[in-house]
Write a new protein. Sequence first.
Length: 120
Amino acid sequence: MPTCSRCNQLVDSQAVSCPHCGNELKAFGHPGIPLYQAKDTTYLCDRCIYHEDDSCNYPQRPYAKTCTLFHDKSLPLVDEWQFSPPKYKGIKGIQFWFSANRGLAIIILIVIVSVLIAVI
Ligand code: SF4
Ligand SMILES: [Zn+2]
């Protein structure tokens, strides 16, 4: 469960504002748009990957205290598992394969059923 950047109390991950201090936690009042906030006297841009690669053109750069686009430069931009999916074994591995290859599984199932109908 995340904490409020102002009062450090635990808050619901879907909360639009902090129920303890009223701090705005999501942008535009929408629970799906995170609003990143700097703590105390720091600025988000100092830790942002878009400041480091000079690709940000937001007017609040480099002194952003809040930002919807912030991405911590110490974290990868893309989830690593997309390139190396987790290794599951047994039933979990089969379930993962089916969820990742649903279209292929349906085609294989249709071929098997067609063959069974032709044989019977
Ligand atoms: S995306 Fe936001 S936090 Fe990052 S450099 Fe731009 S203004 Fe700063
Ligand atoms: Zn708070």
